[in-house]
Design a protein around this ligand. Structure first.
Ligand SMILES: [Zn+2]
Length: 333
């Protein structure tokens, strides 16, 4: 059992009907300071409780912009159930423009179930785990690749042992109509927000909307996917929209991915891409070359596709180190 006590509090009632904007107040141990994290709640009538979060990592911007717009524009009369929006969850990391909060260097998305007496990221994770997760039916968590990775805009889920939970999660992804829907088997699941929510039988969809610099296209896709999620839960009127992403014939191409299909650089150097993001590749095809910067005679190291599929991410910077993730291949389910 997790301890129920938390030093964190919300300035608004999350349970009463109505529309309210407020703050999650996170104390910083030993500093006598607090961090205020904006939170919005829309509660009306019967229906599920849905949590939408942005900026679990502080260098990811498409989700926060989109969720701020939704929070400002959504009309309570359209909501059936309860919607909780936290557009910029990791305030400390975003103030620094970094993936993690400089104060503790902890990845919030590896800090669950957290600790009310721990460091700030652990305290926040514990509050989310004990105050929000128990009341929600579904979580839509909006990420991007941040400073390190550029993704094809996609929505993903873990493979789930419970067939009904798997189906309900996939149904949400299909309704969101991302350019790509991916079932991803991640090896470092412990401590993830995703895993904590999934293990309680609830829906969790993680979105990766692009990279650390928003583009008009990535932002438009984020808007479509998150509005479609609201429509799926009967919290926004109108027909489902389809995002514009002409690299694919149509949305809802379901793919599977596995960490074994990540290609890592075998040396330091400069990465020369051969294949564009979202392009179909054959097993063994060269994805790119890593050129050494200090050796004129050495051949560049080839990075090859481990399977047939589609390249779903690439590094954000062309300067790579040994071990930098150069790409990941997803294939048809
Ligand atoms: Zn992230």
């Amino acid at each position: 059992m997790l301890p129920a006590w938390s030093p964190v509090h919300s300035t608004i009632d999350l349970d009463a009907p109505g529309k309210r904007f407020g703050k999650i107040v996170l104390p910083l141990p030993g500093l006598g300071e607090t961090v205020e994290i904006p939170i919005a709640v829309f509660a009306r009538g019967e229906g599920p409780t849905v949590l939408m979060t942005g900026a679990v990592h502080g260098d990811e911007y498409d989700g926060p912009i989109t969720l701020l717009r939704i929070a400002r524009s959504l009309e309570l009369d359209h909501v059936n159930g309860r919607l909780i929006i936290v557009p910029v969850l990791n305030q400390l990391a975003m103030r620094a423009g970094q993936r993690v909060a400089p104060i503790d260097r902890l990845d919030l998305n590896r800090s669950f179930p957290g600790d009310p007496e721990g460091r700030p990221s652990e305290i926040l994770a514990h509050w989310l785990a004990t105050r929000l997760v128990p009341i929600v039916d579904a979580v839509v968590d909006a990420h991007t690749g941040g400073s390190f990775t550029n993704w094809v805009p996609l929505a993903m889920m873990h493979p789930l042992a419970d067939a009904d939970q798997h189906r309900r999660t996939m149904t949400l992804i299909e309704a969101m109509r991302p350019p790509l829907g991916v079932v991803i088997d991640e090896s470092d699941k412990p401590g993830m927000f995703d895993t904590y929510v999934e293990r309680r039988g609830k829906i969790f969809v993680c979105c990766e909307f692009g990279g650390g610099t928003m583009t008009r296209r990535s932002l438009d896709v984020a808007g479509v996917c998150l509005r479609n999620a609201l429509r799926h839960f009967n919290m926004l009127p109108g027909e489902l929209e389809t995002p514009v992403w002409p690299e694919f014939d149509g949305p809802r191409i379901l793919q599977a991915a596995d960490l074994d299909w990540v290609v890592a650089s075998r040396r330091d150097g400069i990465y020369e891409p051969v294949v564009e993001l979202g392009q179909a590749v054959a097993k063994g095809q060269v994805l790119g070359y890593v050129h050494p910067i200090d050796d004129l005679e050495a051949e560049p190291a080839e990075a090859r596709a481990p399977i047939d599929g589609v390249l779903i991410f690439r590094p954000a910077s062309s300067r790579v180190e040994k071990g930098t993730r150069l790409g990941m291949i997803a294939r048809d389910l």
